[in-house]
Design a binder for this molecule. Structure first.
Ligand code: SF4
Length: 350
């Protein structure tokens, strides 16, 4: 059995090779075409990750499949669990790249936070992922396998998926949208699109493409600063997509979809937590259907910033509320295991 450009396959997982490879292997082995559907069903509907347990496939075919794909999922490099129940998996991909994905349980929900890139080219100054630079985009299968590994490790299916892990999702649109199509496939995980959120630092082409896609995928924008000078420094992508254009794109999304956009704000002590910063945000929100989510800064080793004081955060919220803007504060989850917002790094020393 062969995988990828004719090389003999030794220890690659099915997901590392890509699902399309499965069909090729089945055809080469002379197995009936419906086998692909059966395998798909076992993996995506029944969450069975061992060929031995796929009992409607003949023993001979199972043996052949095991030879071709010694593993369905890659091994988990590290698995960590926070005392608040949040779990983080670190996966080593076939090229040794490390990525992280997080499962966040709540009373009646389970949110999976997924990565779309190895590292991130955006380089936001308060983010551990941005600090580590950019290596490459993930494939759709590599995005999807994070879901499968988290289901296997937690034993729970996600109720919500957020693309807020490592990377800028809209810089990897092809794989992102392919993964979303697989997650929402009625023959597979069958997730509702409205249970999925893409968080972008402001890639306008991505917002426009999302508007044109079917479904009700939610949009979150990591805004953090609502004046161009400050945002150029803290979120460098702003030089390419300044606030005026970003606001226009968000407005188009709201008008065309009728859906509300979440603006994420990480408040940093003496950087973007002042009265004027709140007023700038009020101006930015004018005319948009938005909701502001204040995210507490999660410290990580070597971080230069401190979270906003409780007093400044309270005042910031007061200004927004007075202007009639819906505002919430996101609970920080998974801090002990460096799994909270801005803490993912894909490093050995998690
Ligand atoms: S906050 Fe998001 S976009 Fe910015 S560097 Fe981190 S992962 Fe990239």
């Amino acid at each position: 059995m062969y995988c990828q450009k004719g090389k003999k396959m030794t220890a690659k997982s099915l997901f590392a090779c890509g699902l399309s490879e499965l069909k090729k292997v089945l055809a080469e082995a002379g197995m009936p075409a419906f086998r692909a559907g059966q395998i798909h069903d076992w993996i995506f509907r029944k969450f069975v990750f061992s060929f031995d347990e796929m009992t409607n496939i003949s023993v001979a075919d199972r043996a052949m499949l095991k030879e071709a794909f010694p593993r369905i999922l890659p091994p988990v490099h590290r698995f960590l669990k926070d005392s608040d129940g949040t779990c983080k998996v670190v996966l080593k991909l076939s090229d040794e790249a490390l990525i992280e994905a997080v499962a966040i349980p709540d009373e009646d929900s389970m949110t999976f936070c997924l990565s779309t890139q190895v590292g991130c080219p955006v380089g936001c100054l308060f983010c551990r992922t941005g600090e580590s630079g950019f290596t490459r985009n993930l494939t759709a299968e590599e995005i999807l396998l994070q879901v499968m590994v988290l289901v296997k490790r937690t034993g729970v299916k996600p109720t919500n998926i957020v693309f807020m892990g490592m990377g800028e999702p809209f810089y990897n649109r092809r794989a992102l949208f392919e993964a979303i199509d697989m997650l929402t496939d009625p023959q597979g995980l069958a997730m509702a699109t409205r249970r999925i959120t893409i968080s972008t630092s402001g890639v306008i082409e991505g917002i426009m493409e999302l508007i044109d896609r079917p479904g009700e995928v939610n949009l979150a924008v990591s805004l953090h600063v609502a004046d161009d000078n400050g945002r150029n420094t803290l979120v460098p992508i702003n030089k390419r997509y300044p606030l005026g254009r970003l606001k226009e794109a968000i407005g188009t999304y709201c008008d065309r979809t009728g859906r509300r956009v979440t603006l994420e704000m990480v408040l940093l002590h003496n950087i973007n937590d002042q009265y004027n910063d709140a007023l700038n945000l009020v101006n930015f929100c004018e005319g948009l259907i938005v909701h502001v989510n204040i995210v507490r800064f999660n410290h990580f080793p070597g971080a230069k910033y401190q979270p906003a004081s409780a007093q400044n955060e309270k005042e910031f919220r007061r200004v927004l509320k007075k202007a009639g803007i819906a505002v919430t504060v996101r609970k920080s989850r998974g801090q002990e295991i460096l799994a909270a917002c801005g803490q993912l790094a894909g490093k050995e020393n998690v």
